[in-house]
Ligand binder design. Sequence first.
Ligand SMILES: Cc1cc2nc3c(=O)[nH]c(=O)nc-3n(C[C@H](O)[C@H](O)[C@H](O)COP(=O)(O)O)c2cc1C
Length: 329
Amino acid sequence: MKILAVSAGRKDGNCEVFTKAALMEAEKMGLEVELVRLRDMDIYPCTACSGQFCAAMDDPTKCVHGKDDAAFLIDKFLDCDGFLMAGPVYSTTGSSMTFAFRDRVFGPKIDAVMMSRFGTPKWAEGRVKSRPGALISVGGALSSHWVSMGIPSLYSTCFSASTDVVDFMNVTGIANPGAATLDEAYIERAKQLGRNLAQAVLDNDHSWRGEPSDEDVCPSCHFNAMLFNPKKKDVWCAICGTHGHIVMDGDEMKIEWPEEEQHENHTKPCGLEAHGDEIGEVLMNRYMPHKDEIPAKLKVYQDYNACIVKSPSAEAKKAAILANLNKDK
Ligand SMILES: Cc1cc2nc3c(=O)[nH]c(=O)nc-3n(C[C@H](O)[C@H](O)[C@H](O)COP(=O)(O)O)c2cc1C
């Protein structure tokens, strides 16, 4: 049984310290552990080259980015039994490394619903399963609004492959290199997270094991990032789409989460199915009937190019290639 940890933080940085504290505990419990430092990996952002889905659906090594490390990381993920994602907070969200990893490794090509609808590609055969997961978000700020989208960003690596988050840590006030080692309470919490994830793997029990906290608002993902519509008294969890209603109990505001309204939950198969239906609706009923109108309409924007800023490095490369060609003449 193996836990794969992925850190988007600095080498020997704070994410890595907490991640290693967690992994050391998991190893003591008999699990194999591996840690991917994303910064050591060659991984380019997804270019959405095929329009909507992934052009490398049938073979991740056929991605337009060729032989970078994304296909290797997909294999690493498919071979693990538990997944730990750690990342720093940059400008309130996850960092670009987290997102490059998410978009190249996860998304439509590894989506359980896509596979159930269109068949499981050869590379994924026998390797598709729901795994327990854990998240460690590390921010340097003290205020919760400066780390607000750290956990949601890391959570977004979990939907498509049906990873069930059993615990997360939302770290604040750990900024400078090595600062993580000074905070015994967070180190202990990271160890507990490691034990929780390892136990979930060993028991094959994906239920929530995190500690009750003020963040524990959403009954499904246990975070507190909400989309409110005060007029309708509606609440949606910004991470997982769990739906609730605001009710007043005297002066106290409460949120009710009716069981029968949770069919769009991103962390549940029914939510992924509902999302698949939505994508189908957008494609088949809104886009396809008007597809032939697009070339003429798009031309207006394609021809408006004087505002485009050229890349100095790409222009320099082109100039060097031309100079080389001319030299050989
Ligand atoms: C470009 C940049 C933006 C940052 N923005 C935030 C932020 O919005 N909120 C926050 O709490 N910390 C922010 N930080 C601090 C990092 O989250 C913090 O230093 C963290 O410990 C880095 O983790 P690492 O040591 O694993 O790389 C930022 C750091 C950098 C480099």
